[in-house]
Design a protein around this ligand. Structure first.
Ligand SMILES: Nc1ncnc2c1ncn2[C@@H]1O[C@H](COP(=O)(O)OP(=O)(O)O)[C@@H](O)[C@H]1O
Ligand SMILES: [Mg+2]
Length: 239
């Protein structure tokens, strides 16, 4: 197992956002977390990555208990993420944003230039390396954030709605990249709410509703799951 979530609960004041949640993410797979807006998906990613503490429960990463570990230590163990609300250095270039990811264990720019070039190449950002990030279109901003997370040399990458909010040709491009990353050996755990790209890229899907896991299984199993369909119809899901 790459990641094990055991009985995690989290409330904000009186609002229970995660309720005794348990799930696992298997090494080498693309696993997805779906569910209506406000279900607690981003909160779960924040708990996993150490951004906010869980009230109770445990998170194990590669067998190690990381529940109360600070973000930078979790990153050094090999976990990276992208944010639903973009979290880039807006006034720096594409190249500078990506190389910032390598600073988790070095402050030398020289040693990591080759690694950054490979990442820009993979993401087809090479000819935009010197562009200022705040002037990029949304797709490229998402790719830069992915690039920065790849620059930390992760084993597990958490993608918070990297798929989503884009034109369909752009979504296809993100799906292609997710598939490439899987082939290169990364384990992916992604949040999404557009069904088609999630179904296309996922090996395994977990469905969250009001802080509880209501279903998990293969894309085919989820597609035909009555409980999931009910939740999506109730929430006015788009697909
Ligand atoms: N830091 C916070 N303080 C208070 N409430 C929060 C905070 N973060 C999230 N919430 C609330 O928790 C619920 C789940 O949010 P979130 O995890 O962002 O949902 P999702 O990503 O599934 O759309 C929402 O009702 C949201 O308003
Ligand atoms: Mg969210």
């Amino acid at each position: 197992m790459m990641l094990e979530i055991k009985n995690v609960s989290k409330s904000f004041g009186g609002l229970k956002v995660l309720e005794n949640l348990s799930l696992t993410v298997e090494e080498g797979l693309v696993s997805s977390l779906i569910g209506p807006n406000g279900a607690g998906k981003t909160t779960l990613f924040n708990v996993i990555t150490g951004v906010i503490p869980a009230d109770s429960g445990e998170v194990l990463f590669l067998g190690e208990n990381i529940t109360r570990m600070p973000v930078h230590k979790i990153c050094r163990l090999g976990m990276a993420r992208t944010y639903q609300r973009r979290n880039l250095f807006p006034n720096l270039t594409v190249y500078e944003n990506v190389i910032a990811g390598t600073f988790k264990d070095t402050t030398s720019l020289k040693t990591r230039e080759g690694q950054v070039e490979e990442i820009l190449d993979l993401l087809e950002l090479t000819d935009k390396a010197d562009a200022i990030v705040s002037r990029l279109p949304p797709l490229d901003m998402k790719l830069v954030e992915l690039g920065r997370s790849l620059a930390t040399s992760p084993k597990l990458i958490l993608l918070d709605e990297l798929i989503g909010g884009l034109l369909s040709s752009e979504t296809e491009k993100i799906c292609d990249i997710v598939e490439t990353l899987q082939r290169e050996g990364y384990t992916i755990f992604q949040i999404g709410h557009e069904m088609r790209p999630i179904m296309r890229t996922s090996d395994h899907i977990c469905v969250l509703d009001r802080g509880r896991l209501i279903a998990r299984g293969s894309p085919d199993e989820i597609r035909s799951n009555e409980v999931v369909l009910d939740v999506y119809l109730e929430a006015g899901g788009d697909e």
